[in-house]
Design a protein around this ligand. Structure first.
Ligand code: PLP
Length: 413
């Protein structure tokens, strides 16, 4: 896993000239190599799906299609994006709560392989849609495990949330499922936490989940074909050198797998896409207000909401630029703490809160690393209707770079 950090020369070669820099730059070659390394760590019997929600750009999906087992999607929109980007041959599994009739219809229409069901009502609904379409849907039941579970940045299970079926209601859900002739039980789904940095703790959680899934299936005399252990492999934003220990997780799982074990699936997003991109913005103004120093960027949370959503210190580097086109003297901050904000009219638009800088001047670039996952995709792009950032994909093929400017798209070959 190599963190993509472009040089000033590369950035200046890629971005459109004559306007302040605001761009996501994606290193697809790095993504390809990184994803291959992740997948090659998996023993036989474990399938690695990509969770499209982390980054659903067609270039990302196309790069990953030959590498991953398939795609985990959370909406009809994501089903369509996968089908449009990589065709009908790709394996697609659908998860997520709050499903509707049209979601299940899309599952049938788009050849989705399996659905993760998150409530008893949704069992009835999926069965009704499948019956109307005269088909059978393979399903996993998503369990919200009885807690506690080891720590992570976001927790979806082991505590009260809207996700999954409470472990205490799984027996009831299986009784309902047994009476649904158009659904086929294939196993359980347990995406419980996101951004777990501790692979040992994650293996304990996965093994516990597997044991509980087996026990429930045995109790009901059910064949357990698949256990999907979700995503959640962490990315350490506080220390880009510290990598999630995939080998440790795989060693623990390999030891626990027997010939009769169900097929194991993971559906990871963050660890796949985070490392391959940067979000780079130009400082367009500096000021001091009430004794505190600020630098304002051409960009902000509407492009890259992750730092403000998580209120964490996102890893970054400053790229100094020496040219200064104006007749007046260049302003900047030196040797002090600076809060780096975006261009939105809200004090929430903070990308870096009071960080020490030796120098930060108008015209310099701030380059946010690990920006490939849950960056552009979770941001409210059109709030205030500022121009979108350029989105530059490097290289789609050896000699081909695609530019998306928000308003128009051009292909350079
Ligand atoms: C059901 C489900 N699966 C997979 C993922 C991907 O998780 P991550 O990006 O942490 O690997 C998520 C993310 O929230 C999710 O909700």
């Amino acid at each position: 896993m190599t963190t993509f950090i472009p040089s000033l020369e590369l950035i200046e070669r890629l971005v459109s000239p004559g306007r302040p820099v605001s761009a996501f730059i994606y290193d697809l070659d790095g993504l390809d190599r990184h994803a291959r390394r992740l997948v090659s760590a998996l023993p036989p019997g474990i399938d690695f799906f990509y969770a499209v929600k982390a980054n659903s750009d067609p270039a990302i999906l196309k790069t990953l299609a030959p590498i991953v087992a398939g795609f985990e999607v959370a909406s009809v929109g994501e089903i369509r994006k996968v089908r449009e980007a990589v065709g009908n041959g790709a394996r697609v599994i659908l998860g997520g709560p709050a499903r509707t009739v049209s979601d299940f219809e899309a599952v049938v229409d788009h050849g989705v392989e399996r659905v993760h069901i998150e409530s008893i009502h949704l069992l009835y609904l999926a069965n009704a849609v499948a019956a109307l379409r005269n088909t059978t849907l393979p399903v996993l039941l998503r369990i919200n495990l009885a807690g506690p579970v080891p720590g992570a940045t976001i927790t979806m299970g082991g505590q009260p949330t809207q996700f999954g079926i409470d472990e205490s209601e799984i027996d009831d859900a299986l009784s309902v499922l047994a009476a649904c002739p158009n659904l086929r039980f294939e196993g359980f789904h347990l995406h419980t936490i996101s951004n777990n940095l501790d692979a040992t703790a994650h293996s304990i959680l996965c093994l516990q989940a597997l044991r509980r899934a087996r026990a429930i299936a045995d109790r009901h005399g059910l064949e357990l074909d698949v256990v999907n252990l979700g995503g959640g492999w962490g990315v350490d934003y506080a220390n880009v050198e510290r990598l999630f220990d995939v080998d440790c997780l795989m060693a623990a799982l390999s030891n626990a797998l027997e010939p009769a074990s169900p097929s194991i699936q993971f559906e990871c997003g963050r660890i796949v896409a985070a490392y391959c991109a940067v979000y780079v913005c130009e400082v367009i103004d500096v000021k001091t207000n009430h004794g505190e120093a600020f630098a304002l960027l051409r960009g902000g949370a509407h492009h890259f909401r992750l730092p403000s959503a998580w209120r964490h210190r996102h890893p970054f580097s400053v790229i100094r630029r020496e040219s200064w086109p104006w007749a007046w003297s260049r302003r900047g901050h030196a040797n002090r703490r600076v809060t780096v904000t975006g261009e939105l009219c809200t004090p929430k638009d903070v990308l870096l809160n009071s960080q020490p800088f030796s120098s930060l001047r108008i015209g310099d670039l701030v380059c946010f690393l690990l920006a490939g996952a849950y960056g552009w995709d979770i941001s409210h792009h059109d709030f205030l209707s500022n121009a979108h950032p350029e989105r530059i994909f490097l290289p789609v093929q050896q000699h081909r770079i695609r530019f998306l400017t928000g308003e128009n798209e051009r292909i350079n070959t």
